[in-house]
Design a protein around this ligand. Sequence first.
Ligand code: FES
Length: 198
Amino acid sequence: MKLKRRDLVWIVPSGIAATFFGWFGWRTVKIQFLKTQVSREPHWQRAERVKVGVVDEFDQPWSFRYLDYPLKRGRLPVVVLRLPQPVPGGLSVNGMHYAGWSRICTHQGCTIDYVRNLEAGAILYNYRADHPFFGCRCHFGAFDPLEAGKAVFGPPRFPLPRLLLEGENGELYIAGYETPLRPIESYRPLKTVGGKRA
Ligand code: FES
């Protein structure tokens, strides 16, 4: 069949539409079904040792603390939780379980929030959970602390990088972080740390 110039009127828009829907479909599959699993053995990078607080301050499961952790390129917002059960990469001391994460969303670098009000979380983040989670307001991503920070909803695919926690004399410390410290040093690095250029 010989194509005529006027055939371009339908060939070009059809090609553009097919490309768009193909891309959109692939992206949806990646977001929904190809979320990266959390490794059971994190690769730790030891770094500055920073005190989080005394363990008694985390008086019950789901107690939390926000901090800024110093990096060479700036300060990394982080969160440390006491959890009701151990998670890979976390710390257990005297039957109590703790874990910490970077608060920089692995999607596009916004700062995630710790969401304890599940009803508000369902409305604000469009994600219904039966326990507290981490939510990102930029594109409604969610991460599950009980799955060691795995991305469980929305566009993020990679888990939140964990913090290396240590306990000593009833005190809790951050002694490093998991690598790659996405999105700061991933294979697709973004250029922000907590909203500032790294
Ligand atoms: S930056 Fe967090 S969901 Fe997009």
